[in-house]
Write a protein that binds this ligand. Structure first.
Ligand code: PEP
Ligand code: MG
Length: 574
């Protein structure tokens, strides 16, 4: 996040980290200024219309292949992104608007671009992270169709050996078409840390900075730049010394990563022997493989939303079972905590046909949705209960507010288990992400097998700061003492019933936060698969009594910045 109040060095721009790392390279503009179709058609309207149809059909065929490939690889996320693009491509309002322009004598390319841009204009007037994502999807199909119409793009350019690509915002198709061996970093004027492009960059291990602002476009093509995504800085026209330092830092980080990987398959404990399970957060079969490869002890959070969105109808119990079984098999004996659906009015799921809500984050989401659509949860629970061997999976319930919800769902789980002829109990945990749940943790722990703290939402609801609001990104910090006190209350509540507490929000993978979480009594940290080796290595450097002491001290501090500063002073970042 952007450090508040700290003046920027000259020749430096600030952005938000979307994928960590350091890189040096030449700035290459990736905008599509050259995708500029002529306004007037050269042929008849009928001929232009046919050209457009042909281009759309060829893009549709390409997307179909991409979706199939991705599905076969188990890359559900990627498949979902491009499946949405196919739906957008067939949107009749879009096609009608383009045909109207063609009938006025415009070229197919021009008509397509204008029709798309009119829709993007409408979307960009609404402040909503999901709609902003949809605008990025539209820009993506705009470019694809223009390319199919024969307009050449930057994609065809050869890149320098070390290219730092700059754009207003990258789309998933940009990233799938570029030569990753030559790209050392991605920098964007706009975009968010949770955008599709950010997710793909993180998976590919390419450092990425977003939300730099229009100043990015003022840097001339070919300028040498240093990108430190981890600190959120882009330095242009650096001195020899800066470049030298960044290169050394890059190779030092690579060495540290390599050393951490060598010990990542072993369990982690603090230097004085307190065991800390380091698990992975995943969403797909690909992620499960990455988790194993990076040494995750288990899966601490499987987000199942991808199974529910981008589809015409709800998944059947058997589809659920197949997805979870494939993941359990890939985990080779490691357990997976599978979270039941956390979709709601804020995520588009066509077949739910829920009325729009003014405050979706405070609305019918998580287990609340399951209360009005019990069929959705039933199918998922049946699928979960059928995974073999028994004990391979545990259930995690999102957005629980108090024990009555847990008791109701637990009863249903027991009924379904009996129906399935199952005698062994399945473990059921509760996410602590609503402040009321943290305050009532002792009551929840009485009925749950474990608690898992979702610090992303717990921070949003405790501080009343929308987690998607870019202007609040730096302040919405889970190290706020108010959030830490709720974490302490959660552990105290769980202790009363001898239950364990994990953290599966982003705070678990934050090197400054994680020693304090350990000090508060958390025994499981669930992080991005790529972060597992680094977090395990850091656990091994900690001294538990010191963590406890510093965590107690942190509860008395007045701001997240103060907590961060205190943590950095005790446990410097490497
Ligand atoms: C959280 O809220 O911290 C969490 C892990 O869940 P999600 O980010 O999926 O809401
Ligand atoms: Mg959450």
């Amino acid at each position: 996040a952007r450090a508040t109040g700290e003046p920027l060095a000259p020749n430096t721009l600030a952005g938000v980290c979307a994928a960590p790392g350091v890189a040096v390279g030449q700035l290459v503009r990736w905008d599509d200024a050259d995708l500029d179709p002529p306004e007037q058609a050269s042929g008849t309207s009928a001929a232009e219309s046919r050209l457009l149809d042909k281009a759309i059909a060829s893009v549709d065929a390409d997307l179909d292949t991409t979706v199939r490939d991705a599905s076969q690889r188990g890359a559900v996320g990627e498949a979902g992104i491009f499946a949405v693009h196919r739906v957008l491509l067939e949107d009749p309002t879009l096609l009608d608007a383009a045909r109207d322009l063609i009938s006025l004598g415009k070229s197919a390319g021009f008509a397509w671009r204008e029709a798309i841009r009119a829709q993007i204009d409408v979307l960009s007037k609404v402040e909503d992270a999901l709609l902003a994502e949809r605008a990025a999807d539209l820009r993506d199909i705009e470019k694809r169709v223009l390319r199919a119409l024969g307009y050449t793009s930057a994609a065809a350019r050869t890149l320098p050996a070390e290219a730092v690509l700059a754009a207003d915002e990258f789309t998933p198709s940009d990233l799938s078409s570029l030569d990753r061996t030559r790209v050392t970093a991605l920098v964007m004027a706009r975009g968010g840390a949770t955008s599709h492009a950010a997710i793909l960059a993180r998976q590919a291990g390419i450092p990425a900075l977003v939300a730099i602002g229009d100043a990015l476009h003022a840097i001339p093509e070919g300028t040498q730049v240093v990108v430190n995504a981890s600190t959120g800085r882009l330095e242009f026209a650096p001195t020899e010394l800066d470049v030298e330092r960044a290169r050394r830092e890059r190779s030092r980080l690579a060495d540290v990563r390599e050393a951490n990987r060598r010990t990542s398959q072993q369990a982690a404990a603090t230097s004085d022997g307190r065991a800390i399970e380091v698990a992975a957060n995943i969403a797909t079969l690909d992620d499960a493989k990455a988790a194993v490869d990076n040494g995750a002890d288990a899966v601490g959070l499987l987000r199942t939303e991808l199974l529910f969105i981008h589809r015409p109808a709800a998944p059947s119990a058997d589809e659920h079972r197949q997805s979870y079984q494939a993941i359990a098999d890939a985990l080779g004996g490691r357990t997976a905590i599978i979270r039941t659906l956390d979709v709601g009015a804020d995520k588009e799921v066509d077949y739910l046909t829920l009325p729009p809500e003014p405050n979706p984050a405070l609305g019918l989401r998580g287990v609340r949705l399951a209360q009005v659509r019990p069929d959705l949860l039933d199918a998922q629970l049946r699928g979960l209960l059928a995974v073999r061997p028994l004990g391979a999976v545990r259930i995690l319930l999102p957005m629980v507010t108090d024990a009555s919800e847990l008791i109701g769902i637990r009863k249903r789980i027991d009924e379904l288990a009996r129906e399935a002829g199952r005698t062994e109990a399945i473990e059921v945990g509760v996410m602590i992400e609503v402040p009321s749940a943290a305050l009532l943790a002792d009551q929840l722990a009485q009925h749950a097998d474990f608690l898992s703290i979702g610090t992303n939402d717990l921070t949003q609801y405790t501080l009343a700061m929308d987690r998607c609001q870019p202007d609040l990104a730096a302040q919405a910090d889970g190290l706020h003492p108010a959030v830490l006190r709720l974490i302490a209350a959660t552990v105290a509540g769980a202790d009363k019933h001898g239950k364990w507490v994990g953290v599966c929000g982003a705070l678990a993978g934050d090197p400054l936060a994680m020693p304090l979480l350990v000090g508060l009594g958390v025994t499981e940290l669930s992080v991005d698969p790529v972060s597992v080796p680094g977090i395990k290595a850091r656990v091994r450097t900690l001294d538990y009594p010191l963590c406890r002491q510093r965590a107690q001290d942190a509860l008395a501090l007045e701001s997240a910045q103060a907590v961060r500063a205190a943590s950095r002073a005790t446990w410097p970042l490497d």
